[in-house]
Design a protein around this ligand. Structure first.
Ligand code: ATP
Ligand code: MG
Length: 235
């Protein structure tokens, strides 16, 4: 579904990614792990048209989407949840969800979609009028995911779902993403600092180091790999 082919990208004149390749099959959940500063978020920015791909290609659904603008990537069917919190704190849960469909004029369709999102996240339906800024970190993460699903994307890219969350809460967020992957067949590409947690809920994984992917494989194989274990899983 998504093919990233040998991409080079970075900031100003400096390349951070030196030939990154990865792919995600339809219905798969894939996790990218690697140390701080390895370039994980930069891969997402390059796929999403937030920085320029200087070499290589990005294909999605058999289309070349290299250097598409973010809006075009979204229209192609890829939703993104960025690493930093992106809810609007002064707006309610309902208003935040509506913003996920801000170009839609038909109020009925917006309402139907919001009700559908509430079936996926029953906890959110209990807090429709809550201001997003008053919700816990985990709840805000759910809201961000819910909002990203408003446009019925084919694939979700999520950068560090567990960032800033207590272990028990991040576990719950992961379980929710895994549930979406299984129940509505949502294709997922996730980045995760907590390598073990990310790999345990995914089908396949990639290790990114210094702007290159160094290991890849089924998550069961990565979890067993002595080098991966030593470097990323605490032995
Ligand atoms: N806007 C920017 N301008 C210049 N350099 C940047 C910018 N954003 C990131 N970098 C640099 O690019 C490198 C990769 O950063 P990136 O955010 O992709 O890492 P990461 O793997 O996502 O790390 P983390 O796990 O800490 O989120 C780092 O050296 C970082 O300092
Ligand atoms: Mg990052």
């Amino acid at each position: 579904m998504l093919i990233v082919e040998n991409i080079y990208a970075g900031y100003q004149d400096l390349d951070i990614l030196h030939g990154v390749s990865l792919h995600v099959n339809p219905g798969e959940m894939v996790c990218v792990i690697g140390p701080n500063g390895a370039g994980k978020s930069t891969v997402f920015k390059a796929i999403y048209g937030l920085i320029k791909v200087r070499q290589g290609r990005v294909l999605f659904d058999d289309r070349d989407i290299t250097n598409f603008k973010p809006q075009q990537v979204l229209q192609a069917g890829i939703a993104i949840v960025p690493q930093l919190r992106s809810v609007f704190p002064q707006m309610s849960v309902m208003e935040n969800l509506e913003l996920g469909m801000y170009l839609e004029k038909n109020q009925k369709r917006i309402e139907q979609r919001i009700e559908y999102i509430f079936t996926l996240f029953p906890e959110l339906s209990q807090m429709r009028e809550r201001l997003a800024g008053t919700m816990s970190g985990g709840e805000q993460r759910m809201l961000e995911i819910g909002r990203s699903l408003m446009l019925e994307p084919k694939m979700l890219m999520i950068d560090e779902p567990s960032a800033g969350l207590a272990p028990r809460i991040s576990q719950a967020v992961f379980k929710n993403i895994q549930r979406l992957n299984r129940e509505i067949n949502l294709t997922v590409l996730a980045i995760e600092q907590n390598a073990r947690q990310g790999l345990e809920v995914s089908h396949r994984g990639y290790v990114l180091e210094l702007g290159k992917n160094t290991f890849e494989g089924a998550t069961s194989a990565l979890l067993e790999n002595p080098d991966v274990r030593r470097s990323f899983l605490g032995g």
